[in-house]
Design a protein around this ligand. Structure first.
Ligand SMILES: *[C@@H]1O[C@H](CO)[C@@H](O)[C@H](O)[C@H]1NC(C)=O
Length: 79
């Protein structure tokens, strides 16, 4: 198991280094996810960028953790 993890880590690093050599400039597919993430990080959980066509699975999953945590911290919650 450990050997497989080390092989996976090394091959992943090699692949990342190769991709970074071929594509040195930063790039982002579906740039509107950046806007959605900025809203999310600002605590604005009620707005959704309509350009995003996939269901908000990861946003909702992490919200299930963040929402109770922020309630426990009793900070201002913007929903
Ligand atoms: C959330 O974001 C949307 C879109 O940018 C904005 O219209 C709305 O006022 C925001 N809501 C809050 C509570 O910040």
């Amino acid at each position: 198991m450990l050997v497989a993890a080390v092989v996976m880590l090394i091959s992943s690093c090699a692949l990342i280094m190769k991709v970074n050599n071929v594509v040195p400039d930063e790039y982002m597919d579906e740039i509107y996810h950046a806007d959605q993430m900025q809203r999310y990080c600002a605590g604005n959980y009620s707005s959704w960028n309509p350009l995003i066509t996939t269901p908000p699975g990861l946003y909702l999953a992490s919200l299930a953790i963040i929402l109770p945590a922020s309630l426990l911290a009793s900070d201002q919650l913007v929903v």
